[in-house]
Ligand binder design. Structure first.
Ligand code: GDP
Ligand code: MG
Length: 395
């Protein structure tokens, strides 16, 4: 069961974001060091986190380190990416989904370009909750801390986060890692950070409380029962007797759910994460194409134009040798379907180089059930050359 589709009350996925050298890895290690003292984590040394193994996800290589810890309230899975580009790729490809981020900003620098870029991307992919850890506080004056806080709050507002509602923790990952129990900035700051995460972050509950979305991956013809639509429920709850619509490829077909099976057993409802076979009234095999979706009646419009942030794989990663031209047509892959898509770079930008990320406009051949936050890949022949996330639907 993937993509966080199940409500897990006592678990949260978090990660560290922020400018290079501001202390993301030191903080990650410090959290495990401090919580290890109360038996709530296993200590993970800095070096081990920084030599994160390369993972291959959605056709690209990403270095990510995962550590786990727990508080009285819940368990946390925490992701730290060694490099700036690893972080960007991780966000765009949606490999380690985060429910919230710990934004680290060094008091010595204040917000820097990568602080901005990470916040912008976090917001684009739908991450709304952040906790700010102002790091390296032990080596600056108090009035500097005030300035950094003001600057950071302005930046949060600028990118659409509720700054009034965002906790700020002042600390020193280095002192905490060294086991300092005296200073306010030492181990105490880690405990304040954990308290802020417990209080401020909520595990996602969205998946069951939203209109259902069932991408159809195949059909089966069952004697005496008709055509069965098969797929994995992505969101929400589907009930027998419900009015629905089968949408995609410029078409919409009204229907009603007359029966469903999970693990070959008849059931009255099914929910996000479950693999289901659905019988929908009046739907014949030849009306169904892989990539269509079953959704509540009139709940969703179809789109063929969107804005996306994409990462173009470098040649080393198996991506293109040459730059992406301003106008580029290629197969786009989402979930169970693929389709020809035209990508237009923003006006005034003529090329996008392999290894770079940027914003593009996409135009699909047909209107499809696409939504904000969907991730996709672009492939040339058999190799992935880009991964992207839909950030806006365009008229
Ligand atoms: P990252 O690139 O954001 O992961 O940053 P690192 O965790 O690798 O830290 C970068 C540098 O800052 C390292 O030399 C750390 O020892 C140092 N550093 C991290 N946290 C602190 C801190 O709280 N105080 C001081 N003085 N240095 C720190
Ligand atoms: Mg690091």
């Amino acid at each position: 069961r993937k993509s966080g589709s199940i409500v897990q009350k006592n678990h949260c996925n978090v990660g560290t974001i922020g400018h290079v050298d501001h202390g993301k890895t030191t903080l990650t290690s410090a959290i495990t060091a401090v919580l290890a003292k109360c038996g709530q984590a296993e200590f993970t040394p800095y070096d081990k986190i920084d030599q994160a193994p390369a993972e291959r996800a959605r056709g690209i290589t990403i270095n990510t380190a995962h550590v786990g810890y727990r508080t009285e309230k819940r368990t946390y899975a925490h992701t730290d990416c060694p490099g700036h580009m690893d972080f960007i790729k991780n966000m765009i490809a949606g490999t380690a989904q985060m429910d919230a981020a710990i934004v680290i900003v060094a008091a010595t620098d204040g917000p820097m370009p990568q602080t901005r870029e990470h916040l912008m991307l976090a917001k684009q992919i739908g991450l709304n909750k952040v906790v700010v850890f102002v790091n390296k506080c032990e080596i600056v004056d108090k009035d500097v801390l005030e300035l950094v806080e003001i600057e950071m709050r302005e930046l949060l507002d600028h990118y659409g986060f509720k700054s009034d509602d965002t906790p700020f923790i002042f600390g020193s990952a280095l002192l905490a890692l060294k086991g300092d129990t005296e200073s306010e900035y030492g181990e105490k700051s880690i405990h304040r950070l954990m308290q802020a995460l417990d209080d401020h972050v909520e595990p996602p509950v969205r998946d069951l409380n939203v209109p259902f979305f069932l991408p159809v991956s195949s059909t089966v013809t069952v004697p005496n029962r008709g055509t069965v639509l098969v797929g994995t429920m992505k969101r929400g709850v589907l009930r027998k007797g419900q009015d629905a619509e089968l949408i995609g490829y410029d078409r919409r077909q009204k229907t009603r759910i007359t029966g469903m099976q999970v693990f070959h057993k008849d059931v009255d409802s099914c929910q996000a994460g479950e693999n289901v076979g659905v019988i929908a009234k009046g739907i014949k095999k030849d009306m169904v194409d892989r990539g269509m979706a079953l959704v509540p009646l009139k709940s969703m419009s179809l789109h063929n134009r969107f804005e996306a942030t994409i990462y173009l794989l470098s040649a080393d990663e198996g991506g293109r040798q040459k730059a992406l031209p301003a106008r580029y047509i290629q197969m786009l892959h989402i979930d169970t379907w693929c389709m020809s898509c035209r990508f237009d770079l923003p006006p005034k930008i003529e090329l996008m180089m392999p290894g770079e990320q940027g914003v593009v406009h996409g135009t699909l051949l047909c209107q499809m059930p696409i939504t904000i936050g969907m991730t996709f890949t672009v492939r040339e022949a058999k190799s992935t050359i880009a991964t992207g996330v839909i950030t806006k639907l365009l008229p």
